[in-house]
Design a protein around this ligand. Structure first.
Ligand code: COA
Length: 256
């Protein structure tokens, strides 16, 4: 089981991504389990708040599994993007508040899972970013939209164009995380318990109302990102970038 779920008596459910030999990178099995777990939690009235974190002390999640993405064709890449969108959309739109406890690397799809949560806390050792450009692709689980909404279009363009990751202090400065704290899970659980004592109806309504600030075409924008992400898997650059990572060498991009 690569997704662990703990429901505490106080209404807080803690979901842990546990695939430590790949720095908690999400393959199909892990991402499907995460989607299914979030669906279950959404329907469980005893669950008031959901906390998402990564197992171990190195990673929240180092992204979508690059080894799985090697060789995906356009249709398979679109389906992979859609599964990521379904999962991130649950975090963003489920009635319960969702809190990310970023305990290490949150890269690519890991950053996108955190961006979809309502609140983000980072450990001082966190490294957060969208390095997809170095694989010859783009963020495909909502990162292009949510990073732009949370930290601004200028920050999103710089981070997504360069693929550079930020440390916890910079993440705080650009509004990418709400606070830096260690142990980060304790901070997330403290907020979660405080929220679990509030009216779930008022919280769910506040969340719906705040999500309206995402704008009416946010859903369409996410659809468009899925199509663009999938189409990049027909390019030589995507194959080169993904192969280069797995073969532990620098990529040589040709623009094709
Ligand atoms: N997909 C698949 N496997 C991954 C992975 C990913 N996104 N991220 C890390 N891993 C695997 C590595 O391949 C390695 O496996 P191996 O031991 O079988 O070779 C293992 O996790 C440990 O990673 P490693 O690269 O050896 O650790 P490191 O400390 O040297 O570097 C990172 C850590 C996070 C900087 C580096 O793993 C990395 O750049 N990962 C990819 C991040 C990324 O591009 N994510 C976006 C994907 S869309």
């Amino acid at each position: 089981m690569s997704i662990d779920v703990r429901r505490a008596g106080d209404g807080v459910a803690t979901v842990t991504i546990d695939r430590q030999d790949a720095l908690n990178a999400l393959d199909v099995e892990t991402l499907t389990q995460l989607r299914d777990v979030l669906n279950d939690l959404e329907a469980d009235e005893t669950v008031r708040v959901v906390v998402l974190t990564g197992a171990g002390d190195r990673a929240f999640a180092a992204g979508a599994d690059i080894k799985y993405m090697r060789g995906l064709d356009v249709d398979a890449a679109k389906a992979w993007g859609a599964l990521g969108h379904e999962t991130t959309r649950l975090l963003e739109a489920m009635p319960q508040p969702t809190i990310a406890a970023i305990n290490g690397f949150a890269l690519g799809g890991g950053c996108e899972l955190a961006l979809a949560c309502d609140i983000r806390y980072a450990s001082a050792r966190a490294q957060i970013g969208q390095p997809e450009i170095d694989l010859g692709i783009i963020p495909g689980w909502g990162g292009t939209q949510r990073l732009a909404r949370i930290s601004g279009v200028g920050v999103a363009k710089e981070l997504i164009f360069t693929g550079r990751s930020v440390d916890a202090e910079e993440a705080l400065r650009i509004g990418l995380v709400n606070a830096v704290a260690d142990p980060v899970l304790d901070q997330a659980l403290a907020t979660a318990r405080a929220l679990a004592a509030k009216s779930p109806t008022a919280l769910a309504t506040a969340k719906r109302a705040i999500n309206l600030a995402l704008g009416a075409n946010h859903g369409d924008n996410l659809e468009a990102e899925t199509v663009l992400f999938g189409e990049l898997f027909s390019t030589a650059d995507a194959r080169e970038g993904i192969n280069a990572f797995i073969e532990k060498r620098e990529p040589r991009f040709t623009g094709r």
